[in-house]
Design a protein around this ligand. Structure first.
Ligand code: ADP
Ligand code: MG
Length: 188
C-alpha cells in the first residue's frame, strides 16, 4: 500500500478556479478509464501550479480502482533502475514494474540525466508502452526534454511513445504556493 506519495492530495481538494482550462480533462480521467487503456497522462507547467498534487490525486484514483501504484521522482526512478542494471536484473525489475497499473514519475526536468540514466529511463518508458500507464510531470515543455536527457534522439523516441496514447495537460499561471505572499513571480 505504500505507493510513495509525498503527501495525500485529492482531486476533491483541488481549486479549479486556479486551473480552469484542465478541469474537464481531469474530470474525465477521474473515471480511471485511462488505466485500463494503458494511456499516459503528462502534466506540464511551472513550479507550484499543482502538478504533483494532480499526479498524486490520479494515483489515488488508480488505487481506488484496484490498480497497484508507485510514485517517485524521475531522479529516484533513475537511481532504482541504475541499481537494478548494476545487479544484472534490469529485465526482471522492468517486468516487476509492469505489474503496476500506474507508475508516476514526478519532476522530469529539474535535474539533467547522464547518458546511461537517460537510456535506462527510455527502457522504462518502452517497457510500459501500450501495456500500463505512466503519469509524468515536468516543468519543461517537450522541446526542453532533449536537454534533460542529453540526447535529442533518445528524448524524441521517448516522447513519441509517451504521447502516442496520452492526455497532455498544461497548467498555467502563478505558483499556488506564493498566493497572497507578496511575491509577484518566480524567475523563468
Ligand atoms: P508543482 O508540483 O506543480 O510544483 P504542487 O502540486 O506541489 O506544485 O503544488 C504546490 C502546493 O500548492 C501543494 O501543497 C498543492 O496541494 C497546492 N496547490 C497547487 N495548486 C492547487 C490548486 N489549484 N488547488 C489547491 N491546491 C493547490
Ligand atoms: Mg511538484
Amino acid at each position: 500500500r505504500a505507493a510513495g506519495f509525498p503527501a495525500r492530495k485529492m482531486l476533491e481538494d483541488f481549486d479549479w478556479d486556479a486551473q480552469p482550462a484542465v478541469r474537464q480533462q481531469l474530470g474525465s480521467l477521474a473515471s480511471g478509464g485511462f488505466l485500463t487503456e494503458a494511456r499516459n497522462v503528462v502534466l506540464l507547467g511551472p513550479p507550484g501550479t499543482g502538478k504533483t498534487h494532480l499526479a498524486t490525486a490520479l494515483g489515488i484514483v488508480a488505487a481506488r480502482h484496484g490498480h497497484r501504484v508507485l510514485f517517485a521522482t524521475a531522479t529516484d526512478w533513475v537511481t532504482r533502475l541504475t541499481d537494478a542494471h548494476r545487479q544484472g536484473r534490469l529485465p526482471q525489475e522492468l517486468a516487476r514494474l509492469r505489474r503496476y497499473g500506474l507508475v508516476i514519475v514526478d519532476e522530469v526536468g529539474y535535474l539533467p540525466f547522464e547518458q546511461d540514466a537517460a537510456n535506462l529511463f527510455f527502457q522504462l518508458v518502452s517497457s510500459r508502452y501500450e501495456h500500463a500507464s505512466l503519469v509524468l510531470t515536468s516543468n519543461l515543455p517537450f522541446s526542453g526534454w532533449g536537454g534533460v536527457f542529453g540526447d535529442q534522439a533518445v528524448a524524441a523516441a521517448m516522447i513519441d511513445r509517451i504521447v502516442h496514447h496520452a492526455d497532455v495537460l498544461t497548467l498555467k499561471g502563478a505558483s499556488y504556493r506564493l498566493r497572497g505572499r507578496g511575491v509577484d513571480s518566480l524567475p523563468s
